[in-house]
Write a protein that binds this ligand. Sequence first.
Ligand code: G
Ligand code: G
Ligand code: MN
Length: 428
Amino acid sequence: MNETKIRVLTIDDNEGIHEDFRKVLTGTSGSPELDKIEQELFGESVSAGSAAGIDCAVVSATQGHEGALVYQSNLTTNPFDIVFVDMRMPPGWDGLRTIKELWSINPEQFIVLCSAYSDYTYEQITAELGAKPNFLIVKKPFEPEEILQIVRSVTLKDGTEVRRRKQMALELGSAVGTTELSLVFQPIINLKTSRLKGFEALCRWTRDGAVVERPDIFIKAAEDYGQITQLGLWVAEEAISAAAKMKLTGASDSAPTVTFNVSVLQLTKEFPGQIAKLCRQYGVEPSQMGVELTESNIMAEVDKCNAIVSELRKIGFCVLIDDFGSGYSSLGSLFKLSFDTLKIDRDFTANIVEDSTARIVVKTIIGMAQSLGMTFIAEGVETIEQRDALAGFGCDYAQGYLFSHPVSLDDALAILEQDDLQDTPMAA
Ligand code: G
Ligand code: G
Ligand code: MN
């Protein structure tokens, strides 16, 4: 794989157009005979792409359906930077259908529609596809130079960030299973007893001791470029294997819980079975494990997720709604889901002491969770005042820098061995 090449996919039923694209972007039509004839006829032809300082690889498909397959199969290993789609491609999918399909695979993909406006007007096209920033239309017939300038501007300007993220996602895919990726564990404390309840597992990506990328950023890139399933299963296995070690280490009779974060994209029909199997392999009861789903994330697809969340609960996993309060979900649809724990967003915790509205909101949410028989965890507890306010509201559990930053597995096991998280005595 040549990672520096700009990858261009052209989807057009006219083979001649493919040759034009190749010619202008790579300097060769892909057919040595044609190039030779052209050279004899017109003399030395300029290698337009390289003359413009860009290095392209062009892949072609003649049908929309075929194009989507090529696109999908390259997505996680060698994705395209820019896709040119012909409007009129009889028979089969036309340009609009093809573009919708590509965006259903990757909504971020930069796409150029090549249209003579004979089937649809400009207004019809934009009404159908929206005016997205990653979308351009060129009018057919176009000058080859126009194509060159589009590829150049997309990949050199707007494309820089897209290409960086894509590159990062590819590197992340290769990092799964190596020492570059690891989990750290942040203690969760029972506020009534001051004892350790368990840990939240959080993913970290480092190289030679330095952070490669922050998790919120690399997780999003993994979601966009198809690495999240593989990464997510790795996270699940690491968390379950850590839970097995913690179970053997803990002084207390009940095994510490380990929760891990799961992207909604991982919630396939297979997912509950896959993690149940991992639990059996490592000798861990599902009830020791918790799946954290972000509120805003899950609410976007609540109906789709409902069956899978129920299945997770049936197997015995805890299901937590993470960052509760950060989205704008209607409580009615949120409570359609059978989760058992609410984690409030750390912004609430941050304001609980100074801001009386935040205090009332948190107190009300805790009361609601209790009435519904749910467990409640406050995140981002940094001060004794915050902890005491939460305890006063009847909050069950808390997590935050006051108790501990996320720590390595070895340190988590040491904490369990010594049961030494009781150095911040509760206020009376
Ligand atoms: O650990 P904190 O460092 O900065 O995490 C930032 C964000 O990344 C949080 O929203 C957290 O939920 C998310 N995150 C961390 N690890 C994982 C993981 O393994 N999977 C998923 N899906 N999200 C994670
Ligand atoms: O979205 P999620 O809840 O999974 O993310 C947990 C994030 O919160 C992680 O990035 C973790 O490092 C961070 N975090 C944990 N405790 C604290 C805290 O006390 N204060 C702040 N600001 N962040 C925290
Ligand atoms: Mn979380």
